[in-house]
Ligand binder design. Structure first.
Ligand code: TRP
Length: 523
């Protein structure tokens, strides 16, 4: 079991660094830090190792080719450059789209501060592109509750000034305006904060999911301890069921059930919606939640298909590989509210350079673009593959200097952030509220699905097949026989026992986290 001192999360990586002890990399929803060597130096995050530890799959050339074949569109630069680098069942979502025509996208953000930084925009930029290409509904969850509970847990139960429930709701609203400024289509996007939206079928799903996760399993996946507040312990269920289309009946033209309205049709959750598959684009630190989710999708009253994931790396801190941009360290991050001169100064003063000590040496030996922060940022934000490649080559050969790389980076970031700020200025409260109104979303999915009549299609898109359930016909396909249900139950019990046994093992000492990661590994 986790030590009694653990509050909210495993020992923060900084603590381990302070002691200058070698420590393995630590990646989970509450910690992101590279390995620390015996000299106290932080190493770059080892993503190949993370693929092993988490048991996820690498994104391959074959996936990119299949993506392009199914959508008829080129893969996004973040995928081409493997900044989205791994997945679970990405192939399956492509198959679904090809055959049945639709699925739901789900992503989210923990509103821990008022302004988002460059790193926060990465999963959203990618998600927007997927929404445009697939023409599917998207839900974006803002976890004001998670960030409130986490902050309070971190502060030993003390509620500090500026960190009340109301403050986190305000951060959520500010962040939502930032997210909208990235260009999501209001017709097919629903954005909500937990404090405002949770209730109705969403809450019923939450309650059921909570009943499927034991304390030992939550401790195993998130490193919670005996003094973690119970709100944070239970929070994960909400982030998980947010992936179920059945949590949002309004978006698909079905009634939800919230007092004081009485709608007898909505007194039962809609089984048809549970057939729509979901894809979650997110950074890999969120994977532990969705590992827990995937293991339980088929144990819900209305079983959902296993949620598919596409996972990104972290945007490097200005100080270099080994850490991610952090909103709490102003010098590690470029904020979406920074002025052109702030961007210029931060890159010039703080961006870690892959160049050589002296001009003469740089010309002779060349620089290393792989650790150069200015080059790394260009790899995220510069669209032109040919230019990026030539910048890398010129840097390596010594023809291009650090200062030149930085000024190319500054120009590109000023353009991106400046364009963002113009759009952000247009996002009024009224615009924000439109995205947050529960309403039927409009989307068309794949115009030429190969098996359009299958259940997933019936439950999606904009068609009358949705009415099937109301006449009592939909929701029958995919129901299991009594024997099958029993077999599932037995298997689930067995799995649960196994997970618990793994989770109650003594927590490994620093340097032995691999075992812990393996304990909570998904399939
Ligand atoms: N926990 C996430 C964070 O702290 C927020 C979040 C909720 C999320 N649901 C998500 C992130 C789905 C990615 C995908 O940022």
């Amino acid at each position: 079991m986790a030590s009694e001192q653990a509050v909210g999360a495993p020992p923060a990586a900084e603590e381990l660094q302070d002691k200058k002890k070698p420590a393995v990399q630590q990646i989970d929803p509450y910690n992101v830090a590279g390995e620390v060597d015996e000299h106290g130096q932080i190493k770059a995050i080892d993503y190949d190792r993370l693929i092993q530890d988490f048991g996820v799959q690498p994104l391959t050339d074959a996936h990119l080719a299949r993506f392009e074949q199914v959508t008829g569109k080129p893969a996004h630069r973040l995928m081409r450059r493997r900044l989205f680098f791994s997945h679970r069942d990405f192939d399956r979502i492509l198959d679904t789209y090809e055959q049945y025509g639709t699925f739901m996208l789900y992503t989210g953000r923990g509103p821990s501060s008022g302004s988002m930084h460059l790193g926060h925009t990465v999963p959203f930029l990618f998600t927007k592109e997927l929404q445009d290409i697939f023409d599917v509904p998207l839900v974006i969850m803002l976890t004001d509750d998670e960030k409130y509970l986490y902050t309070r847990s971190k502060n030993d139960g003390v509620q500090k000034k500026g960190a009340a429930v109301e403050d986190f709701l305000q951060f959520a609203h500010d962040n939502i305006k930032d997210i909208i400024a990235l260009g999501f289509d209001p017709k097919k996007t629903f954005i909500y904060t937990d404090y405002e939206y949770l209730g109705g079928h969403f809450y019923w799903n939450t309650s059921e999911f909570e009943s499927l996760v034991t304390l030992n399993q939550a401790q195993g996946a998130f490193g919670f301890g005996g003094s973690t507040n119970i709100g944070l312990i239970a929070y994960g269920a909400k982030q998980c069921v947010a992936a179920f289309p059945s949590s949002y009946p309004d978006l698909f033209g079905y009634p939800d059930y919230r007092a004081p309205d009485y709608n007898s049709q909505a007194k039962r959750r809609h089984a048809t919606l549970s057939k729509i598959p979901t894809l979650i684009p997110c950074a890999i630190d969120q994977e532990p939640y969705f590992r827990i989710l995937r293991d339980r999708c088929d144990r819900m009253t209305d079983p959902h298909p296993k949620t598919c994931l596409i996972l990104s790396k972290f945007l490097t801190a200005l100080q270099g590989p080994g850490g991610k941009m952090s909103a709490s360290d102003a010098n590690s991050a470029i904020f979406m509210s920074d002025t052109p001169s702030q961007i210029k100064n931060k890159i010039n003063r703080h961006a870690f350079s892959g160049g050589r000590e002296s001009l003469e040496e740089h010309r002779r030996l060349g620089g290393n673009p792989d650790v150069d922060v200015a080059y790394t940022y260009l790899s995220y934000f510069l669209e032109d593959d040919a230019e990026l490649e030539s910048l890398g080559a010129k840097y390596k050969s010594g023809e291009m200097l650090t200062g030149e790389m930085k000024s190319r980076c500054i120009a590109e970031l000023q353009k991106f952030v400046g364009g963002f700020q113009e759009r952000r200025a247009q996002v009024t409260d009224e615009v924000m509220r439109e995205y947050m109104r529960p309403r039927r979303l409009e989307y068309a999915g794949n115009p030429t699905p190969t098996r359009p009549a299958a259940p997933a299609q019936e439950a999606g898109a904009s068609n009358g097949a949705l009415d099937g359930e109301k006449t009592g016909t939909a929701g029958k396909e995919g129901r299991l026989t009594k024997g099958e249900r029993k077999a599932l139950k037995v298997a689930a019990k067995k799995e649960e026992k196994k997970e618990e046994k793994l989770a109650v093992r003594p927590k490994p000492a620093a340097g032995d986290e691999k075992a812990a990661a393996e304990d909570s590994k998904g399939e």
